[in-house]
Design a protein around this ligand. Structure first.
Ligand code: HEC
Length: 97
């Protein structure tokens, strides 16, 4: 009788361990989602059709015109860039110069 109890305890301990590691797995999955949310605005909005451009590709005074042209490309495939998103993208592309 005692031996059967011991086996049951051991089994549930093993099963309990598996449950814990399963939870750790989903917790790290949530962490990956958080990393994705930390994309820069340029990566988020400007890497869908080509690689995200480098700030050095244009002078700060040129970026608003480039982004405006990109909005026309986006409109053709039904995507839009809100005023706030456009500002965030232009800020990111011009602030490092
Ligand atoms: C809907 C697709 C699409 C998205 C999204 C897009 N682009 Fe473009 N991009 C294009 C196409 C097509 C070209 C080539 C034609 C041209 O230059 O207009 C291009 C070319 C470029 C070029 C090279 C030409 C140049 O003037 O230097 C830059 C820089 C650029 N895109 C920046 C951006 C930025 C910044 C964003 C985010 C706001 C962005 N793109 C988002 C389609 C896109």
């Amino acid at each position: 009788m005692n031996r059967i109890c011991l086996i049951a305890v051991l089994l549930s301990t093993v099963l309990g361990f598996q449950g814990c590691s399963g939870q750790e797995g989903s917790a790290s999955g949530g962490g990956q989602v958080a990393v994705a949310a930390e994309e820069t605005p340029v990566e988020k909005f400007c890497s869908g059709c080509h690689q995200a451009p480098k700030p050095a590709a244009h002078k700060p005074s040129e970026w608003p015109g480039v982004v405006q042209r990109m909005q026309m490309h986006m409109a053709k495939i039904g995507k839009t860039l809100s005023d706030a998103d456009r500002k965030a993208v232009i800020d990111a592309l011009t602030q490092t110069q």
